[in-house]
Design a protein around this ligand. Structure first.
Ligand SMILES: Nc1ncnc2c1ncn2[C@@H]1O[C@H](COP(=O)(O)OP(=O)(O)OP(=O)(O)O)[C@@H](O)[C@H]1O
Length: 363
């Protein structure tokens, strides 16, 4: 799904730009504060509607500008050619257009641009809240099976309705709600569970290539005790649910448990090891996505050097190259990675005070 052309305006310190990236690896280099991460951030916003650095979009919009505008021409081997544009204003307005038509949901735009980010805060996937890991699972399920979004929306609606009944202390209504709730919960759970089962061997293989000494165990917790039916659990927990005013069990409590020697990986691995595990998780999602859809993920790798030693850095680069996907990778020195890693057809872009220039050597 490579991006053939990219236009950005109104993002942080970046001057309006139009790039023709490589369909493979793109090296983006420049000094601290030059705008390298902002370039990745713009791509991420185009693909997901969110920044990976800030929970609000306002700080991303260039000072003195009212909006940012992002545009890409995409060449997808399954979906065909697409022109995807996003406009986000300081006042919160947003517009997304695909091939000239307005889109009403970010999900449709995201389905065109499956993007994964590996950046210095990436280890939060291990140490952050379970929600981070649920989002990780759901990224994979959604991109392989777009109908998952409808399943999830249906479940979320029923969860909100059930919680409203609990808050209003209307236990008689619960029998009515619980049947639908359990049906929707089981549908979400089945999709997630099946996805993790398929991901596990791919993850183990990827991790062994990144670090053969790391022995990490993944297991999926559905959000309730696996040995019991959700309907029985809801009955048992009804009193407590009514007291606290929300539903304690269900896919909203699902978790991907990541353990080393039966302990939480986040509690015992070093930050570098955590980054390697997260990179293996994200790369294995890309591999599985490619196997199951014949499409590929775009990888944004910000500040590869942070936390990873040379051995891990180059193992990661090799895995990215083997995936044959589009990669945007930042570094401070122009040669810190490209001297050792020369993927075919790569391009080099220099960023200086927000100006991006193509410095690909002529061959
Ligand atoms: N809304 C904004 N408008 C204009 N400039 C901004 C805005 N937000 C941040 N900046 C500036 O944009 C610059 C680009 O930052 P960015 O994080 O992209 O740099 P970088 O090249 O990735 O740096 P580093 O190597 O230190 O990570 C910074 O100098 C920052 O002060």
């Amino acid at each position: 799904m490579p991006i053939k052309r990219l236009q950005i305006s109104g993002v942080r310190n970046l001057q309006p730009l139009s790039l023709t990236p490589a369909l493979g690896v793109n090296f983006i280099y420049g000094e601290n504060g030059s705008g390298k991460s902002s370039l990745l951030e713009a791509l991420y916003i185009l693909a997901t509607g969110k920044s990976f650095r800030h929970h609000l979009l306002k700080p991303v919009i260039q000072h003195d500008m009212d909006e940012c505008v992002l545009f890409s021409e995409i060449d997808d081997n399954r979906l065909g050619n697409g022109r995807l544009g996003v406009r986000r204003s300081r006042s919160g307005d947003k517009a997304i257009r695909l091939n000239g038509e307005a889109l009403h949901s970010q999900a449709e735009a995201s389905s065109w641009l499956p993007v994964q980010i590996i950046e210095p805060n990436t280890f939060k996937l291990l140490s952050g809240s379970p929600q981070e890991r649920r989002q990780f699972i759901d990224w994979g399920v959604f991109h392989v099976e777009h109908s998952f979004l409808d399943q999830w929306r249906e479940f979320k609606k029923l969860l909100q309705q059930r919680n409203a009944v609990l808050k209003k202390q209307q236990p008689d209504w619960l029998d009515v709600w619980d049947k639908g709730f359990v049906k929707a919960a089981n549908a979400v759970n089945e999709s997630r569970k099946a996805y993790i089962e398929r991901l596990l061997p791919v993850f183990q293989h990827t991790l062994s290539r990144l670090d053969a000494n790391l022995d990490v165990e993944l297991s999926f917790y559905p959000g309730w005790e696996r040995t019991s039916n959700l309907i029985d659990i809801l009955h048992k927990q009804r009193e407590r649910d009514l007291q606290i005013g929300h539903t304690q069990s269900g896919p909203q409590r699902a978790e991907l448990r990541i353990k080393v020697d039966k302990m939480n990986a986040a509690d015992i691995l070093s930050r570098g090891q955590q980054k390697a595990v997260v990179a293996a998780l994200k790369l294995s999602q890309g591999v599985l996505f490619q196997q199951e859809t014949e499409r590929s993920t775009i990888y944004l790798v910000d500040d590869l050097a942070s936390e990873l030693d040379e051995k891990h850095r180059f193992a990661l680069c090799q895995l990215l190259e083997d995936l044959k996907c589009q990669v945007f990778i930042t570094s401070i020195e122009h040669n810190s990675i490209s001297d050792h890693w020369k993927p075919k057809g790569c391009k080099m872009f220099h960023v200086e005070q927000g100006h991006v220039s193509d410095k690909t050597p002529l061959v």
